[in-house]
Design a protein around this ligand. Structure first.
Ligand code: MG
Length: 276
């Protein structure tokens, strides 16, 4: 099931995307409420043509910072090491937080922040959405805690990311979290999921990976984190990016105002954003 957040007649709603129609679920004030309650069996009879809605990011204002993995694809780890050796860790997952002011929907603009960065970069990623509060989750139970998946472009200001000891600021500038176009519920994928994820800049393919290449998979991450911290329903975990980002090119090539970045994932859709 494809779930979206959208506006219709100036009202923010969540709903189910079915073909060219949207079924609004007006009983939920937000996607996070819908996630907590679960998708109802009876979706109701109302239909809105998709052409009449404006998409928002599926979780426009996450309650918590997004939990991100760095260096979760071996080939991306190599390119990152070339760009900046201190980015590398061995044998342990790299976790960092990404603050989101307002997640950017499909079609929304990425601000290039020229006063802050000259090294604007993209990272196409699959994000896991937690369905119910997770604490001390055993490996065999992990899949019961996954509500669904979406696409995140983990936009990054590289010299800000590497210049400070923590990634936090360089990952958290306003508009640095394009998300969407929808959340696809976990039942639509095999488990563990094998989802192809690609990124194109101005139509040129830059990244082409698959979630089967994750170094640390969903079970590793959720068992490790939930052993020590509660992952509330609605938590977003962005699982890292494959090789092919701008800092990995020789010489590095960064995003410029006027570029268009398209992230696409099998079974989820495309997330396209202009850089302004
Ligand atoms: Mg990332």
């Amino acid at each position: 099931m494809k779930l979206i957040t959208f506006t219709h007649k100036n009202e923010e709603l969540v709903g189910v995307l079915v073909g060219e129609s949207v079924i609004p679920l007006r009983q939920f004030a937000s996607m996070e409420e819908l996630i907590r309650a679960g998708v109802p069996a009876d979706l109701g009879a109302e239909r809105i043509p998709f052409t009449e809605v404006q998409l928002l990011a599926p979780i426009p204002r996450p309650a918590h910072d997004i939990i991100c993995l760095g260096m979760n694809f071996a080939d991306h780890t190599k390119e990152a090491a070339r760009f900046h050796p201190t980015l590398i860790r061995e044998n342990q997952a790299v976790y960092f937080g990404k603050r989101v002011d307002l997640a950017v929907p499909h079609g929304g603009a990425i601000d290039s922040h020229p006063d802050v960065t000259q090294q604007l970069d993209y990272e196409a990623e699959i994000a896991v959405i937690i369905g119910r509060d997770a604490r001390h989750v055993k490996r065999e139970a992990v899949k019961d805690y996954i509500f669904g998946y979406t696409i995140i472009n983990d936009v990054s200001a590289r010299e800000v990311q590497t210049g400070h000891k923590q990634y936090f600021f360089g990952k958290s500038l306003d508009t640095f979290t394009p998300m969407g176009p929808c959340i696809v519920t976990a039942d639509e994928f095999a488990y563990p999921p094998e989802i192809g994820i690609r990124c194109f800049v101005n139509g040129e393919k830059r990244q082409d990976g698959n979630t089967r290449q994750w170094i640390f998979d969903i079970e590793d991450v959720i068992t490790e984190l939930s052993a020590g911290m509660t992952l509330h329903s609605g938590t977003i975990i962005s699982m890292g990016t494959p090789a092919g980002v701008g800092m990995g090119m020789t010489p590095p090539v960064f995003l410029q105002s006027g570029d268009t970045v398209k992230c696409e994932a099998d079974g989820i859709g495309t997330l396209t954003n202009p850089v302004i």
